[in-house]
Ligand binder design. Sequence first.
Ligand SMILES: Cc1cc2nc3c(=O)[nH]c(=O)nc-3n(C[C@H](O)[C@H](O)[C@H](O)COP(=O)(O)OP(=O)(O)OC[C@H]3O[C@@H](n4cnc5c(N)ncnc54)[C@H](O)[C@@H]3O)c2cc1C
Length: 210
Amino acid sequence: MTYVIAGAGPAGVIAAETLRKTNPDSEIMLIGDEPEPPYSRMAIPYFMAGNIKEAGTHLRKSNNHYDDRKIKYVQDRVESVKPQDGKLTLQGGEKQAFDQLLVATGASAVKPPVSGLDLPGVHHCWTLEDSREIVKLAKKDANVVLMGAGFIGCIILQALVECGVKLTVVEMEDRMVPRMMNDTAGNMLKRWCEKKGIVVYTSTRATEVS
Ligand SMILES: Cc1cc2nc3c(=O)[nH]c(=O)nc-3n(C[C@H](O)[C@H](O)[C@H](O)COP(=O)(O)OP(=O)(O)OC[C@H]3O[C@@H](n4cnc5c(N)ncnc54)[C@H](O)[C@@H]3O)c2cc1C
């Protein structure tokens, strides 16, 4: 039996390890398209704040972790899948056969329709590579604008505070973390931010970056 897992985030890694425990003799291939060892996006804020080194974001710490479990880890992108043939094609054109394929390709950050988001100095904070670029810019007293104060935005907010930047937050809903917090909790968070010198605009939509 050949199991192939597309996507080497937490879901893909746990799936590969679990399959290995229950299928000692199967072939297991884990394919991830990021040029990194499998890592946890959840650790990115700790890396940005300098609380951990980059290696601390890696999901498994030993270099041989996947080899030791006979999990073939491949850095490549799954371009297309033909389920009826049990085959997929990688970016370079190489084909891989599978009996079972797990698609664990996660999500990607949404780019809102705001002009100027491709300008230098504007970054998503979704991948380890994004965070490296942000760390280069988020030096003490640098002016930083954070668009979006949802759950993940607020985790990033805390990391930016720890970097010592001058922070302005723009959130289009009427409170911070609007999908998880009611008025009371959202406004408590806003006051906490303001006490720390963060400028918070709620009910405010960014329309252009220039
Ligand atoms: C800064 C930040 C902080 C977060 N903090 C928290 C938190 O505190 N708590 C929490 O619960 N969640 C948090 N999250 C969300 C959490 O990281 C995600 O829910 C989690 O990463 C999802 O895991 P996943 O394996 O499904 O997908 P992902 O981690 O997105 O992994 C999927 C992988 O598949 C790869 N891939 C995509 N397409 C292909 C393809 N065609 N071929 C090969 N590979 C492909 C992707 O590049 C990626 O590496 C945070 C996210 C971020 C960005």
